[in-house]
Design a protein around this ligand. Sequence first.
Ligand SMILES: [Zn+2]
Length: 289
Amino acid sequence: MKRPEILAMLRQAREGGYAVGSFSPRNTVLIRSVLSAAEAERSPAMVQISANELGWFSLDAEDFARAYFAAVKDYRAQTVLHLDHTKDPETVYRAIAAGFESVMFDGSRLPYEENLRITREVVAYAHPRGVCVEAELGSIGGADKLETGSDETLYTDPLQAQEFAEATGCDLLAVSVGTAHGVYPVKNPRIDFERLAAIRSRVSAALVLHGGSGLPPETIHRAVREGVSKVNIATDLELVFQQVTGTGRQPNALTEQLPQSVKDQAIAQVQALCQDRMRHYLLSCDRLA
Ligand SMILES: [Zn+2]
């Protein structure tokens, strides 16, 4: 999908009171779970992988894109290939060359001015190529310290978010309002909905909630009402996959070599999870013509 269509998809979500799920299959085998779920629920969806995940599973952006495009032609679904958290612009550019339709440059750990400057450069590179850009301001902590290597959370400032979004021209903005990556140590993390609403009133870019795994459905519903139109869901998929296959984190090549019956079972179970999230959390089902 090209940028204008992706923006239209996000706008429809915003106006329709639902969110687009951005799911991390974490290996090439489970790409089909997300695509099947999107087709079955007639839900838009994004299939994402982060720079960290590429490292964990010994994959590169080209492998993942090749697997995605080989699979996606078998489905009648509205899906987008998205590069999640990436700190190195060179990796972003490689992913764009490999066919990624949307990319995240995460400069949230950089000094503000540097985040702004590099995000603007990434936007200048991506937009003429028809690719959407997600940026991050404030930093989303990692509950299990897996994704970010830190559990510190720095909330996004609404005024700064406005200035940042306008200055960079980013299409999507990941905001830090109290969610965390990974598995939550507490059942009901406190989300700063007032802050979210304040950001929404100032920023026209689509707002993204990271750390969607393990949040109760009502929390997602409320976040969507306050203006979130994309929710990232990663950890939940991996937990189901590991449970079904009895494997830990392993190189993607090993996952691909699992017996077909095991892979099929994992694909089906993760598909069921994605469908549940679309139906009960994101409210994104039955949205396609
Ligand atoms: Zn994230």
